[in-house]
Design a protein around this ligand. Structure first.
Ligand SMILES: [Zn+2]
Ligand SMILES: [Zn+2]
Length: 284
């Protein structure tokens, strides 16, 4: 099973020379196994680059798990070329939004004057599935969706695919006081092979932006330790963090991970693929 990062930023795209190595596109991660339909986590601007790896002849099939409707998680949809082909199919799953179904919420932001093309005008078949916190199957993957603390209705996901477990908690408001962890978060991340987690802020930044819906790198490490995950990927990098800042954040996180007993920490980067071989799958 391959986990490919196509967009790793939070908040807004921020491509520039200083961000070249980690990348400037927003949230989009693809889980792929040869012979199975891919599972895509979020539809941020990185989706365009995932689309470049997929067939453009109308045979495209994929499942997308959307955490919530903030721009950085949905803006890539109209730019995914293989979706815009006769015969293509994309199933999109996500939580209801304050009285709106998932389809209605997408129709709200993808329409003039905000955007010239409506969902229904894309040529492929895009099927929206409004799901509550529940367990369900998409293609060959088993999915667990749970509400996690953020701003507005937001899911975290756990995906079991080809014997590998990936927890995806892209946006996570840590408590303003203390270091408690929501039961839903621990349930999603429990013993996961890979936890992809919000790591937007340093401690100093969190003091200034504590209500913005995110957490510190140290809190991500705390979740990884408490849930007993095998590998943590720092994700949803702040757009103001240049490559050298993320290098420093990662270096410090690895020291802290050693102290805490978290086996491995990486920083998600655009173009990075984490592969799980047969041995990883066999241990489950
Ligand atoms: Zn976000
Ligand atoms: Zn958000």
């Amino acid at each position: 099973m391959n986990v490919s990062f196509h967009g790793v930023r939070g908040s807004t795209p921020c491509s520039c020379e200083l961000n070249r190595r980690y990348g400037g596109n927003t949230a989009c991660v693809a889980l792929e196994i040869p012979g199975s339909e891919p599972v895509v986590l979020d539809l941020g601007t990185g989706l365009r680059f995932f689309g470049e790896t997929q067939p453009h002849d109308g045979s495209f099939r994929a499942h997308a798990l959307v955490t919530h409707l903030h721009w950085d998680h949905v803006q890539g949809l109209p730019f995914c070329v293989p979706v815009n082909r006769e015969g293509a199919q994309l199933d999109v799953y996500g939580p209801p939004q304050e009285g709106l179904t998932l389809a209605e919420a997408f129709e709200e932001f993808m329409r003039p004057p905000y955007f010239p093309v409506r969902i229904g005008e894309l040529i492929g078949d895009i099927r929206f599935h409004t799901v509550d916190d529940s367990d369900f199957a998409v293609g060959d993957a088993k999915v667990r969706a749970r509400y996690v603390p953020h701003v507005g209705p937001t899911f975290g996901y756990r995906v079991e695919f080809g014997g590998v477990s990936v927890a995806y908690i892209s946006d996570h408001q840590q408590p303003l006081e203390g270091d408690s962890i929501a039961d839903e978060v621990l349930e999603l991340a429990d013993g996961a092979d890979l936890l992809i987690h919000d790591a937007q802020f340093t401690d100093e930044e969190f003091r200034l932006k504590s209500h913005w819906g995110h957490c510190t790198v140290d809190y991500a490490l705390h979740v990884a330790r408490e849930a007993g995950v095998r590998r943590l990927a720092l994700f949803h990098h702040d757009p103001s963090h240049a490559d050298r800042d993320i290098d420093r954040i990662l270096e410090r996180a690895r020291v802290r991970a050693d102290e805490l007993g978290v086996p491995e920490v990486i920083a998600a980067a655009e173009g990075l693929t984490v592969s799980f071989g047969v041995e990883a799958a066999a241990t489950h």
